[in-house]
Design a protein around this ligand. Structure first.
Ligand code: PHB
Length: 401
């Protein structure tokens, strides 16, 4: 674990300050002036290694670039970062989260990418009442039965991005589809949501194929697809795995023969490495590279200027996570401990996101347009809005609206 900015011991500062004021009540409810002097401690729990390493880097950079754009502050407070590489390993997730919350005493955890890791983080966040902002992982439960006032997501639910694709594929005239994914929560839920939309529209899933996460030995399953000759294929892979799958699919001669669809992660942040193999692939996501709105134009420019890289969905989600925390802190003049006011402000936030206007449902999940995109000349180009203002049903969430 590394802390990129070292500051004097925050607890000592708070206690020392409290000693100067007259009552214990004043310590529990610090004045805005005191609150604003203390850096907000942000704990990044992200994959900085493994198949999702680039995704973690882009979330991290998107967040930091937004903080810089806001003058190096969130809600008027300086920010310090603590990082932990979660390696996309669910088995280490509880310990990693406990380190951030317990030893590092962060004010808010921002993470992660992998749905299985996120589930463990959600449990610790609930048990310790820690503020958690999820900048990618789509696990439905986080904003479903495990929802809590202190848990927010600036990304999507697995259901939300894939359900609209069922109708898209059926409307394109396809009736027999094979699905393929990594076998873990995100893959199961994304395929499940696609299947729900596709079979409700009248389509048939002829076979559901899967490999364990994070395996990338796709050859046997691609051969199986060639044998089954479905009308189309729906896939979930992301990061390094998505690069390999799309290239293997083309190398097997299926590109242009059996149309390939997926959730947008199949082609986001991956196109440079996929090259011609990705051309024509259609996906659904809450973002497209060419969205024509001022917030996206500004995001792409600032991100490029600061990092030299082209912003993608992962950077957008990090950027919006910082914007959401900023809204919460502003509402209380920097007093992050004024939890009820912070949460109320974040729940009702209206962010001017690069993806388009962004609001949140009662469970803290974005309500957002889902776009149909097609890879054209190396860009995820918007074809149309597949479905407007998609709201995850938040099944099992007991927060009242
Ligand atoms: C997930 O595990 O929820 C996940 C991982 C990578 C993505 C999208 C979702 O790109």
């Amino acid at each position: 674990m590394t802390s990129s900015i070292h500051t004097p011991n925050r607890r000592r500062f708070l206690l020392g300050t409290a000693g100067l004021v007259a009552s214990a009540a004043a310590f529990r409810f610090p004045t805005p002036a005191i609150a604003q002097a203390v850096p907000l401690r942000v704990g990044f729990m992200l994959p900085y290694s493994g198949t999702f390493a680039k995704l973690g880097d882009f979330v991290d950079n998107g967040f930091r670039v937004q903080v810089e754009r806001l003058g190096g502050q969130l809600g008027g407070r300086p920010v310090e970062f603590v990082k932990v590489d979660d390696e996309s390993k669910p088995e280490s997730a509880t310990d990693n989260m406990n380190r951030l919350v317990g030893r590092e005493k962060v004010d808010v955890v921002v993470g992660t990418v992998h749905s299985g890791v996120a589930m463990a983080m959600v449990k610790v966040a609930r048990d310790t009442d820690t503020m958690l902002v999820i900048p990618n992982a789509g696990v439905n439960e986080a904003t479903g039965p495990m929802c809590a006032p202190n848990i927010f997501r600036t990304s999507f639910s697995n259901w939300q991005v894939c359900h609209p694709m069922g109708k898209v594929v059926h409307d394109a005239g396809h009736r027999r589809v094979v699905t393929i994914t990594w076998r873990y929560a995100a893959g199961d839920q994304m395929v499940g949501a696609f299947k729900e939309g596709f079979t409700d529209a009248g389509g048939e899933i002829v076979e559901e194929l899967a490999v364990p996460f994070p395996e990338v030995e796709f050859q046997a399953l691609i051969t199986r697809i060639a044998t089954l000759r479905p009308d189309a294929v729906f896939a979930f892979f992301a990061g390094g795995g998505a690069v390999k799958f799309v290239k293997d699919y083309a190398a097997a001669g299926l590109h242009g023969q059996i149309p390939l669809y997926g959730s947008g992660f199949l082609t986001d942040g991956t196109l440079e490495a996929q090259g011609a193999a990705a051309e024509g692939v259609q996906t659904t996501l809450h973002y497209a590279d060419d969205l024509d709105n001022p917030a996206n134009t500004q995001f792409l420019k600032v991100f490029k200027d600061k990092t030299g890289a082209v912003g993608d969905i992962y950077a957008v989600q990090g950027w919006d996570a910082a914007a959401l925390i900023d809204v919460g802190l502003r509402a209380t003049n920097g007093d992050w401990a004024a939890r009820q006011e912070t949460v109320a402000a974040m729940r009702s936030a209206k962010l001017d996101s690069p993806r388009g206007p962004l609001g949140f449902n009662k469970a803290g999940n974005p309500v957002q347009d889902i776009y149909l995109r097609e890879v054209r000349n190396g860009r995820n180009t918007m074809v149309k809005v597949a479905e407007q203002a998609v709201n995850d049903p938040a099944r099992g969430c007991r927060i009242s609206a």
